[in-house]
Design a protein around this ligand. Structure first.
Ligand code: AMP
Ligand code: GLY
Length: 420
Protein backbone atom coordinates (compact mmCIF):
# COMPACT_ATOMS: atom_id res chain seq x y z
CA UNK A 1 0.00 0.00 0.00
CA UNK A 2 1.00 3.57 -0.69
CA UNK A 3 0.12 5.54 2.42
CA UNK A 4 0.19 9.25 3.30
CA UNK A 5 0.15 10.50 6.89
CA UNK A 6 -0.92 14.15 7.20
CA UNK A 7 0.70 16.26 9.93
CA UNK A 8 4.11 16.89 11.41
CA UNK A 9 4.00 16.51 15.18
CA UNK A 10 4.69 13.85 17.78
CA UNK A 11 1.35 12.15 17.18
CA UNK A 12 2.14 11.84 13.48
CA UNK A 13 5.64 10.53 14.23
CA UNK A 14 4.10 7.80 16.41
CA UNK A 15 1.55 6.97 13.69
CA UNK A 16 4.20 6.92 10.94
CA UNK A 17 6.49 4.72 13.10
CA UNK A 18 3.62 2.28 13.65
CA UNK A 19 2.44 2.25 10.04
CA UNK A 20 6.00 1.91 8.71
CA UNK A 21 6.27 -1.42 10.56
CA UNK A 22 3.33 -2.84 8.60
CA UNK A 23 4.30 -5.50 6.05
CA UNK A 24 1.53 -4.08 3.86
CA UNK A 25 3.36 -0.79 3.28
CA UNK A 26 5.10 -0.35 -0.04
CA UNK A 27 5.78 3.38 0.31
CA UNK A 28 5.01 5.78 3.14
CA UNK A 29 4.83 9.57 2.91
CA UNK A 30 4.20 12.22 5.52
CA UNK A 31 3.18 15.83 4.81
CA UNK A 32 4.84 17.93 6.03
CA UNK A 33 6.53 15.52 8.49
CA UNK A 34 9.59 16.45 10.57
CA UNK A 35 13.21 15.26 10.92
CA UNK A 36 12.20 12.33 13.14
CA UNK A 37 9.44 11.22 10.78
CA UNK A 38 11.99 11.37 7.93
CA UNK A 39 13.50 8.15 9.32
CA UNK A 40 10.19 6.35 8.70
CA UNK A 41 8.61 8.12 5.73
CA UNK A 42 9.32 10.40 2.79
CA UNK A 43 8.48 13.91 3.95
CA UNK A 44 6.60 15.97 1.35
CA UNK A 45 6.70 19.76 1.78
CA UNK A 46 2.92 20.28 1.85
CA UNK A 47 1.32 21.96 4.87
CA UNK A 48 -1.22 19.95 6.88
CA UNK A 49 -3.87 22.65 6.23
CA UNK A 50 -3.30 22.78 2.46
CA UNK A 51 -6.32 20.79 1.27
CA UNK A 52 -5.60 21.36 -2.45
CA UNK A 53 -1.93 20.53 -2.06
CA UNK A 54 -2.65 17.33 -0.13
CA UNK A 55 -5.34 16.20 -2.56
CA UNK A 56 -2.88 16.85 -5.41
CA UNK A 57 -0.15 14.80 -3.74
CA UNK A 58 -2.54 11.95 -2.94
CA UNK A 59 -3.82 11.85 -6.52
CA UNK A 60 -0.39 12.10 -8.16
CA UNK A 61 1.11 9.36 -6.04
CA UNK A 62 -2.03 7.17 -6.23
CA UNK A 63 -2.26 6.79 -2.45
CA UNK A 64 -4.19 3.75 -1.21
CA UNK A 65 -4.89 5.44 2.12
CA UNK A 66 -4.51 8.92 3.63
CA UNK A 67 -4.34 9.04 7.45
CA UNK A 68 -5.13 12.52 8.77
CA UNK A 69 -3.47 13.47 12.08
CA UNK A 70 -4.71 16.95 13.08
CA UNK A 71 -8.25 18.34 13.27
CA UNK A 72 -7.79 21.50 11.19
CA UNK A 73 -7.66 19.81 7.76
CA UNK A 74 -10.64 17.62 8.71
CA UNK A 75 -12.65 20.68 9.72
CA UNK A 76 -11.57 22.26 6.42
CA UNK A 77 -12.98 19.33 4.41
CA UNK A 78 -9.86 17.33 3.48
CA UNK A 79 -11.62 13.98 3.94
CA UNK A 80 -14.62 15.10 1.83
CA UNK A 81 -12.27 16.15 -0.95
CA UNK A 82 -10.27 12.90 -0.92
CA UNK A 83 -13.44 10.74 -0.88
CA UNK A 84 -14.73 12.75 -3.83
CA UNK A 85 -11.49 11.96 -5.63
CA UNK A 86 -11.92 8.25 -4.81
CA UNK A 87 -9.02 8.08 -2.36
CA UNK A 88 -9.64 6.13 0.87
CA UNK A 89 -9.13 8.38 3.89
CA UNK A 90 -8.95 7.71 7.61
CA UNK A 91 -10.73 10.69 9.18
CA UNK A 92 -14.23 12.15 9.23
CA UNK A 93 -15.87 14.41 6.67
CA UNK A 94 -16.27 18.07 7.54
CA UNK A 95 -19.86 17.56 8.75
CA UNK A 96 -18.77 14.80 11.17
CA UNK A 97 -15.68 16.76 12.24
CA UNK A 98 -18.10 19.24 13.83
CA UNK A 99 -17.97 16.94 16.87
CA UNK A 100 -14.72 18.78 17.58
CA UNK A 101 -15.05 22.00 15.59
CA UNK A 102 -18.28 23.03 17.35
CA UNK A 103 -18.74 22.39 21.05
CA UNK A 104 -22.41 23.40 20.79
CA UNK A 105 -22.88 20.74 18.09
CA UNK A 106 -21.16 18.14 20.28
CA UNK A 107 -23.32 18.98 23.32
CA UNK A 108 -26.51 18.88 21.27
CA UNK A 109 -25.55 15.47 19.85
CA UNK A 110 -24.74 14.17 23.34
CA UNK A 111 -28.12 15.35 24.59
CA UNK A 112 -30.02 13.75 21.71
CA UNK A 113 -28.05 10.49 21.98
CA UNK A 114 -28.45 10.29 25.77
CA UNK A 115 -24.69 10.46 26.42
CA UNK A 116 -23.82 11.51 30.00
CA UNK A 117 -22.20 14.97 29.94
CA UNK A 118 -22.19 18.19 31.99
CA UNK A 119 -25.37 20.31 31.94
CA UNK A 120 -25.00 23.24 29.53
CA UNK A 121 -26.46 26.25 27.77
CA UNK A 122 -25.40 27.81 24.44
CA UNK A 123 -25.28 31.57 23.73
CA UNK A 124 -24.59 33.70 20.68
CA UNK A 125 -25.38 36.93 22.54
CA UNK A 126 -22.86 38.24 25.09
CA UNK A 127 -25.42 40.00 27.32
CA UNK A 128 -27.52 36.84 27.57
CA UNK A 129 -24.42 34.79 28.41
CA UNK A 130 -23.36 37.27 31.12
CA UNK A 131 -26.86 37.31 32.61
CA UNK A 132 -26.89 33.49 32.63
CA UNK A 133 -23.59 33.40 34.54
CA UNK A 134 -24.82 35.90 37.13
CA UNK A 135 -27.97 33.82 37.56
CA UNK A 136 -26.28 30.41 37.86
CA UNK A 137 -23.19 31.41 39.85
CA UNK A 138 -19.78 29.69 39.98
CA UNK A 139 -17.94 27.47 39.36
CA UNK A 140 -18.73 27.41 35.67
CA UNK A 141 -16.92 26.29 32.55
CA UNK A 142 -16.92 28.72 29.62
CA UNK A 143 -16.02 27.33 26.19
CA UNK A 144 -15.59 29.09 22.88
CA UNK A 145 -17.70 27.10 20.42
CA UNK A 146 -15.14 26.75 17.64
CA UNK A 147 -11.54 25.56 17.27
CA UNK A 148 -9.27 27.70 19.45
CA UNK A 149 -6.02 25.71 19.45
CA UNK A 150 -6.80 24.29 22.90
CA UNK A 151 -7.11 27.76 24.47
CA UNK A 152 -10.86 28.25 24.30
CA UNK A 153 -11.84 26.66 27.63
CA UNK A 154 -11.93 28.45 31.00
CA UNK A 155 -12.76 26.57 34.17
CA UNK A 156 -13.89 29.56 36.24
CA UNK A 157 -13.95 29.38 40.04
CA UNK A 158 -15.75 32.72 40.38
CA UNK A 159 -18.51 34.62 38.58
CA UNK A 160 -15.99 37.38 37.73
CA UNK A 161 -13.66 34.90 36.03
CA UNK A 162 -16.52 33.37 34.06
CA UNK A 163 -17.71 36.84 32.99
CA UNK A 164 -14.19 37.75 31.89
CA UNK A 165 -14.01 34.56 29.81
CA UNK A 166 -17.30 35.41 28.09
CA UNK A 167 -16.09 38.95 27.35
CA UNK A 168 -12.75 37.71 26.02
CA UNK A 169 -14.43 35.22 23.68
CA UNK A 170 -17.54 37.12 22.58
CA UNK A 171 -16.64 40.80 22.77
CA UNK A 172 -12.86 40.98 22.45
CA UNK A 173 -12.93 38.01 20.05
CA UNK A 174 -9.71 36.59 21.49
CA UNK A 175 -10.30 33.42 19.42
CA UNK A 176 -11.76 35.17 16.37
CA UNK A 177 -15.00 33.73 15.01
CA UNK A 178 -14.54 30.62 17.19
CA UNK A 179 -15.83 32.73 20.12
CA UNK A 180 -18.93 34.14 18.42
CA UNK A 181 -20.86 31.46 20.28
CA UNK A 182 -20.06 30.08 23.75
CA UNK A 183 -21.11 27.02 25.70
CA UNK A 184 -21.48 27.49 29.47
CA UNK A 185 -21.26 24.21 31.35
CA UNK A 186 -21.52 22.81 34.83
CA UNK A 187 -18.13 22.07 36.35
CA UNK A 188 -17.45 18.34 36.74
CA UNK A 189 -15.09 16.86 39.31
CA UNK A 190 -13.19 13.59 39.15
CA UNK A 191 -10.29 12.06 37.27
CA UNK A 192 -9.75 12.72 33.56
CA UNK A 193 -9.21 9.89 31.11
CA UNK A 194 -8.62 9.86 27.35
CA UNK A 195 -10.47 7.06 25.55
CA UNK A 196 -10.20 6.23 21.85
CA UNK A 197 -12.30 4.23 19.40
CA UNK A 198 -12.04 3.56 15.70
CA UNK A 199 -15.35 4.07 13.93
CA UNK A 200 -16.41 2.96 10.45
CA UNK A 201 -19.68 4.87 10.18
CA UNK A 202 -21.66 2.22 12.07
CA UNK A 203 -19.42 0.17 14.33
CA UNK A 204 -16.76 1.08 16.88
CA UNK A 205 -13.61 -0.66 18.01
CA UNK A 206 -12.32 0.62 21.35
CA UNK A 207 -8.59 1.15 21.64
CA UNK A 208 -6.64 1.30 24.87
CA UNK A 209 -6.98 4.27 27.21
CA UNK A 210 -4.46 6.88 28.35
CA UNK A 211 -4.10 9.96 30.51
CA UNK A 212 -2.30 13.18 29.69
CA UNK A 213 -0.75 15.96 31.76
CA UNK A 214 -1.96 19.33 30.54
CA UNK A 215 -0.27 21.80 32.91
CA UNK A 216 3.29 23.02 32.34
CA UNK A 217 4.35 22.68 35.98
CA UNK A 218 4.87 19.78 38.33
CA UNK A 219 1.94 18.90 40.57
CA UNK A 220 -0.43 20.07 37.79
CA UNK A 221 0.37 23.76 38.31
CA UNK A 222 1.12 26.56 35.86
CA UNK A 223 -0.37 27.33 32.46
CA UNK A 224 -2.20 24.90 30.18
CA UNK A 225 -0.15 23.34 27.40
CA UNK A 226 -0.72 20.97 24.50
CA UNK A 227 0.31 18.17 26.89
CA UNK A 228 3.53 17.60 28.83
CA UNK A 229 3.33 13.81 29.03
CA UNK A 230 1.06 10.80 29.04
CA UNK A 231 0.78 7.23 30.12
CA UNK A 232 -1.25 4.19 29.10
CA UNK A 233 -3.35 2.46 30.29
CA UNK A 234 -5.45 4.84 32.42
CA UNK A 235 -5.64 3.19 35.86
CA UNK A 236 -9.28 4.15 36.60
CA UNK A 237 -10.52 2.25 33.55
CA UNK A 238 -11.40 -1.31 34.55
CA UNK A 239 -12.69 -3.72 31.86
CA UNK A 240 -16.23 -3.02 33.15
CA UNK A 241 -15.74 0.74 32.81
CA UNK A 242 -14.26 0.30 29.32
CA UNK A 243 -17.41 -1.59 28.30
CA UNK A 244 -19.58 1.22 29.69
CA UNK A 245 -17.52 3.84 27.83
CA UNK A 246 -18.05 1.88 24.62
CA UNK A 247 -21.78 1.40 25.15
CA UNK A 248 -22.73 4.69 26.79
CA UNK A 249 -20.40 7.13 25.01
CA UNK A 250 -18.92 5.89 21.71
CA UNK A 251 -21.72 3.71 20.30
CA UNK A 252 -24.58 6.17 20.91
CA UNK A 253 -22.50 8.95 19.32
CA UNK A 254 -21.66 6.94 16.21
CA UNK A 255 -25.26 5.70 15.87
CA UNK A 256 -26.67 9.22 16.25
CA UNK A 257 -24.23 10.56 13.66
CA UNK A 258 -25.31 7.82 11.24
CA UNK A 259 -28.99 8.52 11.93
CA UNK A 260 -28.35 12.22 11.23
CA UNK A 261 -26.85 11.37 7.83
CA UNK A 262 -23.32 12.36 8.80
CA UNK A 263 -21.64 9.00 9.51
CA UNK A 264 -18.44 9.15 11.53
CA UNK A 265 -15.35 7.44 10.11
CA UNK A 266 -11.97 7.73 11.73
CA UNK A 267 -10.85 7.79 15.33
CA UNK A 268 -13.09 9.29 17.96
CA UNK A 269 -11.28 10.60 21.04
CA UNK A 270 -13.42 11.07 24.14
CA UNK A 271 -12.10 13.26 26.94
CA UNK A 272 -13.90 11.81 29.98
CA UNK A 273 -14.33 12.73 33.61
CA UNK A 274 -14.64 9.70 35.87
CA UNK A 275 -16.32 10.39 39.19
CA UNK A 276 -17.25 7.53 41.52
CA UNK A 277 -16.87 5.10 38.61
CA UNK A 278 -19.29 7.06 36.40
CA UNK A 279 -17.97 8.23 33.01
CA UNK A 280 -19.05 11.64 31.75
CA UNK A 281 -18.11 13.15 28.41
CA UNK A 282 -16.08 16.40 28.54
CA UNK A 283 -15.33 16.64 24.84
CA UNK A 284 -14.98 14.73 21.61
CA UNK A 285 -11.98 15.17 19.36
CA UNK A 286 -11.99 13.84 15.82
CA UNK A 287 -8.35 12.72 15.84
CA UNK A 288 -5.83 10.89 17.96
CA UNK A 289 -4.60 12.65 21.13
CA UNK A 290 -1.17 14.17 21.42
CA UNK A 291 0.81 12.99 23.45
CA UNK A 292 -1.53 10.06 24.25
CA UNK A 293 -0.89 8.45 20.85
CA UNK A 294 2.84 8.22 21.56
CA UNK A 295 2.14 6.13 24.69
CA UNK A 296 -0.63 4.10 22.98
CA UNK A 297 1.41 3.09 19.93
CA UNK A 298 4.15 1.69 22.16
CA UNK A 299 1.65 -0.89 23.44
CA UNK A 300 0.06 -1.90 20.13
CA UNK A 301 0.97 -5.45 19.09
CA UNK A 302 -1.16 -5.76 15.93
CA UNK A 303 -0.77 -4.21 12.50
CA UNK A 304 -2.56 -0.85 12.68
CA UNK A 305 -2.84 -0.32 8.93
CA UNK A 306 -5.62 -2.87 8.15
CA UNK A 307 -7.64 -1.42 11.04
CA UNK A 308 -7.30 2.14 9.70
CA UNK A 309 -8.23 0.92 6.21
CA UNK A 310 -11.24 -0.97 7.60
CA UNK A 311 -12.47 2.14 9.41
CA UNK A 312 -12.04 4.17 6.21
CA UNK A 313 -13.97 1.58 4.18
CA UNK A 314 -16.86 0.87 6.58
CA UNK A 315 -15.60 -2.56 7.39
CA UNK A 316 -14.52 -2.81 11.04
CA UNK A 317 -16.62 -5.87 11.93
CA UNK A 318 -13.79 -8.39 11.72
CA UNK A 319 -10.96 -6.26 13.04
CA UNK A 320 -9.38 -6.94 16.39
CA UNK A 321 -6.30 -5.29 17.84
CA UNK A 322 -3.98 -6.80 20.43
CA UNK A 323 -2.25 -4.68 23.05
CA UNK A 324 0.63 -5.44 25.37
CA UNK A 325 -0.15 -5.79 29.06
CA UNK A 326 2.72 -3.43 29.79
CA UNK A 327 2.41 0.20 30.82
CA UNK A 328 3.89 2.93 28.70
CA UNK A 329 4.96 6.47 29.50
CA UNK A 330 5.72 9.51 27.32
CA UNK A 331 7.65 12.47 28.79
CA UNK A 332 7.53 15.64 26.68
CA UNK A 333 10.68 17.77 26.48
CA UNK A 334 9.82 21.36 25.63
CA UNK A 335 11.73 24.54 24.93
CA UNK A 336 12.25 26.44 28.21
CA UNK A 337 9.58 29.16 28.40
CA UNK A 338 6.85 27.15 26.63
CA UNK A 339 3.87 27.75 26.50
CA UNK A 340 5.01 31.40 26.68
CA UNK A 341 7.97 32.93 24.84
CA UNK A 342 10.96 30.71 24.14
CA UNK A 343 14.11 30.68 22.03
CA UNK A 344 14.28 28.50 18.96
CA UNK A 345 17.21 26.75 17.37
CA UNK A 346 18.99 25.08 20.30
CA UNK A 347 20.94 21.97 19.27
CA UNK A 348 19.78 18.57 20.55
CA UNK A 349 22.52 15.96 20.97
CA UNK A 350 22.49 12.45 22.36
CA UNK A 351 19.60 11.11 20.29
CA UNK A 352 21.91 8.40 18.91
CA UNK A 353 22.90 7.06 22.32
CA UNK A 354 19.58 6.43 24.03
CA UNK A 355 19.19 3.57 26.52
CA UNK A 356 17.75 0.35 25.03
CA UNK A 357 13.98 0.40 24.98
CA UNK A 358 13.63 4.18 24.77
CA UNK A 359 11.75 5.56 21.75
CA UNK A 360 11.83 9.28 20.95
CA UNK A 361 9.09 10.83 18.83
CA UNK A 362 9.86 14.23 17.33
CA UNK A 363 7.32 17.04 17.55
CA UNK A 364 8.89 20.50 17.06
CA UNK A 365 12.31 19.69 15.62
CA UNK A 366 14.07 21.05 12.54
CA UNK A 367 17.02 19.73 10.57
CA UNK A 368 20.26 21.68 11.03
CA UNK A 369 23.53 21.40 9.10
CA UNK A 370 25.30 18.03 8.78
CA UNK A 371 22.56 15.98 10.38
CA UNK A 372 22.12 18.17 13.45
CA UNK A 373 18.70 18.23 15.11
CA UNK A 374 17.44 21.62 16.32
CA UNK A 375 14.66 22.54 18.73
CA UNK A 376 12.21 24.52 16.60
CA UNK A 377 8.86 24.46 18.41
CA UNK A 378 7.37 24.59 21.88
CA UNK A 379 6.94 20.89 22.52
CA UNK A 380 9.94 19.30 20.86
CA UNK A 381 10.39 15.63 21.83
CA UNK A 382 8.30 12.83 23.34
CA UNK A 383 10.59 10.44 25.18
CA UNK A 384 8.78 7.12 25.58
CA UNK A 385 9.29 3.73 27.18
CA UNK A 386 7.26 0.70 28.25
CA UNK A 387 7.67 -1.58 31.25
CA UNK A 388 5.99 -4.30 33.27
CA UNK A 389 4.78 -1.60 35.65
CA UNK A 390 4.14 2.10 35.20
CA UNK A 391 7.03 2.74 37.58
CA UNK A 392 9.45 0.78 35.39
CA UNK A 393 8.23 2.49 32.24
CA UNK A 394 8.57 5.85 33.93
CA UNK A 395 12.10 5.17 35.19
CA UNK A 396 13.25 4.11 31.72
CA UNK A 397 11.61 7.11 30.02
CA UNK A 398 13.43 9.49 32.40
CA UNK A 399 16.72 7.66 31.75
CA UNK A 400 16.04 8.52 28.12
CA UNK A 401 15.41 12.16 29.02
CA UNK A 402 18.70 12.26 30.96
CA UNK A 403 20.62 10.84 27.99
CA UNK A 404 19.54 13.76 25.80
CA UNK A 405 21.92 16.69 25.77
CA UNK A 406 19.91 19.83 25.13
CA UNK A 407 20.56 22.71 27.52
CA UNK A 408 17.48 24.72 26.52
CA UNK A 409 15.01 21.99 27.48
CA UNK A 410 12.61 21.53 30.34
CA UNK A 411 10.28 18.69 31.22
CA UNK A 412 8.02 17.78 34.10
CA UNK A 413 9.70 15.31 36.44
CA UNK A 414 6.41 13.92 37.76
CA UNK A 415 4.87 12.41 34.62
CA UNK A 416 3.15 9.09 35.41
CA UNK A 417 3.94 9.45 39.10
CA UNK A 418 0.41 10.29 40.14
CA UNK A 419 -2.92 8.97 38.90
CA UNK A 420 -3.00 11.60 36.18
P1 AMP B 1 -11.88 20.66 26.40
O1 AMP B 1 -11.13 21.49 25.38
O2 AMP B 1 -13.36 20.68 26.27
O3 AMP B 1 -11.25 19.31 26.60
O4 AMP B 1 -11.52 21.30 27.80
C1 AMP B 1 -10.18 21.40 28.22
C2 AMP B 1 -10.06 20.97 29.64
O5 AMP B 1 -10.93 21.75 30.45
C3 AMP B 1 -10.48 19.53 29.91
O6 AMP B 1 -9.45 18.64 29.63
C4 AMP B 1 -10.82 19.60 31.37
O7 AMP B 1 -9.63 19.56 32.15
C5 AMP B 1 -11.44 20.95 31.50
N1 AMP B 1 -12.91 20.88 31.39
C6 AMP B 1 -13.65 20.96 30.26
N2 AMP B 1 -14.96 20.85 30.53
C7 AMP B 1 -15.06 20.72 31.86
C8 AMP B 1 -16.17 20.55 32.77
N3 AMP B 1 -17.43 20.56 32.33
N4 AMP B 1 -15.89 20.43 34.08
C9 AMP B 1 -14.61 20.45 34.53
N5 AMP B 1 -13.54 20.60 33.75
C10 AMP B 1 -13.75 20.73 32.42
N1 GLY C 1 -3.85 15.50 24.68
C1 GLY C 1 -5.07 16.13 24.40
C2 GLY C 1 -5.29 16.43 22.99
O1 GLY C 1 -4.65 15.90 22.10
O2 GLY C 1 -6.17 17.24 22.71
Amino acid sequence: MRVLVVGGGGREHALAWTIAASPLVERLWCAPGNPGIAAEAECAPVAAEDVDGLAGLAGRERMDLVVVGPEAPLAAGLADRLRQDGIPVFGPDRAAARLESSKAFMKDLARRAGIPTAGFAVFDDADAALAHIRGRGAPAVVKADGLAAGKGVTVAATVEEAEAAVRAAMIERAFGEAGAKVVIEDCLAGEEVSAFALADGERVLMLETAQDYKRAGEGDTGPNTGGMGSHSPAPPVTPELAARIENEIFLPAVRQMAADGTPYRGVLFAGLMIEDGEPKLLEFNVRFGDPETQALMLRLRSDLLPALMAAAEGNLAHVDLRWSEESSVCVVMANRGYPGQYERGGEIAGLNRLPDGVTVFHAGTAAGESGRVLAAGGRVLGVCAAGATRGEARALAYRGVDAIDWPGAFCRRDIAQTGA
